[in-house]
Design a protein around this ligand. Structure first.
Ligand code: GLC
Length: 545
C-alpha cells in the first residue's frame, strides 16, 4: 500500500478526506439499474483524481433490502445485487493500490428478521440464540411500553407467537434488535468485525451505535415536542444508555489489536452534540463520532460558527473533530441551502467543510451540487418515505438518487432502468461537464482538497476564530509557524473586513469567479481592510511551509 503517513504522525483518518458512497446509487456495472461493487472499482480513478483519501461505503451485505441494506441477513457475505466476495477483495486491493482507504458499514444494533440467528432465536425460548435478541413476555394485546418503530411510525413491539413474546424493532419490524447485554452476542459481533478487519477493511462506520443498549427496566420514553421521525419522544430509554460506553471500549480493543490504525466512526442517535462527543471516551472508545451539527443548521455565518464552536467545546481532551454537510439520511445541503444563490452557497459551504479543523466527510454527488427533488409516490422506495408520505416529506430517496456522471441516458450510472429516477438536471449537471470546466463546483472542491493536502496547517493546525463583520465567518489555522486564514462571506452583500496578509491560496466570488479581478493564487495580499464580495471567499497563507 502506498499510503503516506503524515510527518506529524497523526493517524491517517485525521488528515483524510472521506467520501461516502451509497452503493446502490454510485455506479452500476451490469445494467440492472442498481449500483454495485464492480461499479465502485471502475470509478476509483475518478475518486483518486478528485483527491479523496478514504471511502465509507454504505452496506453491501446480504440483505432482503427492507431498509436497503441496513437490514443484514448475513454479515459475512456480499449481496448478489452488489456482486460477490471476490468483488469486495478486488475493490479493496484496487483502492489500497491507489492509496485510498475503505471503511465499511457495520450495522449491528439489529439484524434482518431473515438472519438465520433470528430464525433460531424466535423458534423457542430455549434456543441458544434466543437471548441474542430483545424479548418481552406477551400478556394480551398491550405492548410492553411506548417505544416506536421510527420508520413505520407505530409500536416497536412485534408479536412472536412461537414463544409468546414481543420482539423489538425501533426502525422497521424487519430489523429485530440485538441484546447487547448478552456476552455471546457480543462475541459473535466482534467476530464479524474481525472477519472484515482480517480481509483488510480499514475500519467501520458504526450504524446507530448509541442505540445498542436499551434500558434494563424497559421504561417508556418521556414525551418531547418533536415531530417525525422521533414521534414526540425523548429517546432516553430505547437508546443512548450509558452502558454503551463499555461496549465501545471493547470494540476499541478489537480495532486496536490490528495494525494500521483501523478506525471506528460511530453514528449516534439524536441530534445532541454532547452525546456524540461523549462517545470518544478518554481516547479509549470510538475514534470519531459523527458530528451532525451542520446537517441541521440554518444557513449563516453565525449559525455555523456557533455549531462548530459548540462541537469543539464538547469534545473531550484529545478527541479529534469531524464535519459533515450531507449524508444518505438527510436532504442534501445543496437542496437545503440552495433556495437562493445555490452555487455560490455550495462553494462557501465546501470551503468551510474543507478548511475547518476536523475530518471532512463528503457525500457522493455533493461535488457537483446534486440536489433533492420531490419524487412521485410511485417512485418512493424508502420505508420511512412511504410511511410518512405525504405528511412529512418524501423520506430519504431524494438524497439517494443515482450519481450523475455524464449526459448519456442513465447519466452514465446505468445502461438499464435506474432503481430511483435520476435527477432531471443531469444533462447539464454532471461529473464529465464539471471536470472539463475549471470554474465549476467540482473544480472548486478538487482545488480545496489539493490545498488541504498542500497545507498541513489546514489538516492539522490549531484553529483561532477571527473577528468578522455580520455574515462573514473567518478563522486562522496554524501549524509550525505557517498560518492559513479563511474568510467566507455567507451573505449576498459586500462586507469590509480586516485581512491578515500573506499570499492568496484561493479566492472566489460570484461575479469574478477565480482570480479575475480578485487575487490570483500566489498573489501577495497585504494585511489591510478589504472588501469581500457577496459570497466571496478568500484563503490566505502566511509563513513558510
Ligand atoms: C442509520 C442509517 C439509516 C438506517 C438506520 C437503521 O440511521 O444511517 O440509513 O436506516 O440506521 O439501520
Amino acid at each position: 500500500m502506498t499510503m503516506t503517513t503524515h510527518r506529524h504522525n497523526a493517524p491517517w483518518w485525521q488528515t483524510a478526506v472521506f467520501y461516502q458512497i451509497y452503493p446502490r446509487s454510485f455506479q452500476d456495472s451490469n445494467g440492472d439499474g442498481v449500483g454495485d461493487l464492480k461499479g465502485i472499482t471502475s470509478r476509483l480513478d475518478y475518486l483518486s483524481q478528485f483527491g479523496v483519501d478514504a471511502l465509507w461505503i454504505s452496506p453491501f451485505f446480504k440483505s432482503p433490502m427492507r431498509d436497503f441494506g441496513y437490514d443484514i441477513s448475513d454479515y459475512r457475505a456480499v449481496d448478489s445485487l452488489f456482486g460477490g466476495m471476490d468483488d469486495f477483495r478486488e475493490l479493496l486491493a484496487a483502492a489500497h493500490g491507489r492509496g485510498i482507504r475503505v471503511v465499511i458499514d457495520l450495522v449491528v444494533n439489529h439484524s434482518s428478521d431473515e438472519h438465520p440467528w433470528f430464525a433460531e432465536a424466535r423458534s423457542s425460548r430455549s434456543n441458544p440464540k434466543h437471548d441474542w435478541y430483545i424479548w418481552r413476555p406477551m400478556n394480551g394485546p398491550r405492548r410492553p411500553n411506548n417505544w416506536v418503530s421510527l420508520f413505520e411510525q407505530k409500536s416497536a413491539w412485534q408479536p412472536n407467537p412461537a414463544t409468546g413474546e414481543w420482539f423489538l424493532g425501533t426502525f422497521t419490524r424487519n430489523q429485530p434488535e440485538f441484546d447487547w447485554r448478552n456476552p455471546e452476542l457480543r462475541k459473535a459481533i466482534y467476530d464479524v468485525a474481525r472477519f472484515w478487519l482480517d480481509l483488510g477493511a480499514d475500519g467501520f462506520r458504526m450504524d446507530v451505535a448509541t442505540a445498542y443498549v436499551k434500558d434494563d427496566q424497559f421504561r417508556s420514553n418521556p414525551f418531547k415536542w418533536n415531530l417525525s421521525p422521533d414521534i414526540f419522544q425523548e429517546h432516553i430509554y430505547d437508546r443512548n444508555r450509558p452502558e454503551v460506553h463499555g461496549i465501545f471500549r471493547e470494540f476499541r480493543a478489537v480495532a486496536q489489536s490490528y495494525p494500521g490504525d483501523r478506525v471506528l466512526i460511530g453514528e449516534t442517535h439524536g441530534r445532541d452534540p454532547a452525546l456524540a462527543a461523549s462517545c470518544h471516551g478518554s481516547g479509549d472508545e470510538l475514534h470519531m463520532a459523527f458530528n451532525f451539527e451542520f446537517l441541521f443548521s440554518p444557513w449563516g455565518a453565525r449559525a455555523f460558527r456557533e455549531r462548530a464552536e459548540r462541537w469543539y467545546k464538547f469534545l473531550p481532551q484529545g478527541a479529534w473533530p469531524n464535519f459533515t454537510l450531507s449524508n444518505h439520511d438527510q436532504r442534501r445541503h445543496y437542496a437545503r441551502y440552495g433556495k437562493r444563490d445555490a452555487d455560490a452557497r455550495a462553494r462557501v459551504a465546501a470551503a468551510m467543510l474543507l478548511c475547518l479543523r476536523g475530518t471532512p466527510f463528503l457525500y457522493y454527488g455533493e461535488e457537483i451540487g446534486m440536489t433533492c427533488r420531490r419524487l412521485g409516490r410511485a417512485a418512493l422506495r424508502d420505508p420511512l418515505g412511504i410511511a410518512t408520505w405525504p405528511l412529512s416529506g418524501y423520506g430519504r430517496d431524494p438524497e439517494r438518487t443515482p450519481m450523475q456522471w455524464d449526459d448519456s441516458p442513465g447519466a452514465g450510472f446505468t445502461s438499464g432502468t435506474p432503481w430511483l429516477p435520476v435527477n432531471p438536471d443531469f444533462p447539464t449537471r454532471n461529473v464529465r461537464a464539471q471536470m472539463a470546466d475549471p470554474g465549476s463546483l467540482w473544480s472548486w472542491y478538487a482545488g480545496l482538497i489539493r490545498l488541504r493536502k498542500a497545507e498541513p496547517a489546514l489538516a492539522l493546525g490549531s484553529l483561532t476564530w477571527l473577528d468578522a463583520p455580520p455574515d462573514v465567518m473567518a478563522w486562522t489555522r496554524e501549524l509550525d509557524g505557517r498560518s492559513v486564514s479563511v474568510y467566507l462571506n455567507f451573505g449576498p452583500r459586500r462586507r469590509e473586513l480586516a485581512v491578515r496578509g500573506g499570499s492568496a491560496l484561493a479566492a472566489w466570488s460570484p461575479t469574478r469567479g477565480y482570480g479575475k479581478g480578485g487575487p490570483n493564487r500566489g498573489d501577495a495580499v497585504p494585511a489591510s481592510r478589504r472588501v469581500l464580495e457577496g459570497y466571496g471567499i478568500l484563503i490566505v497563507g502566511e509563513g513558510t511551509r
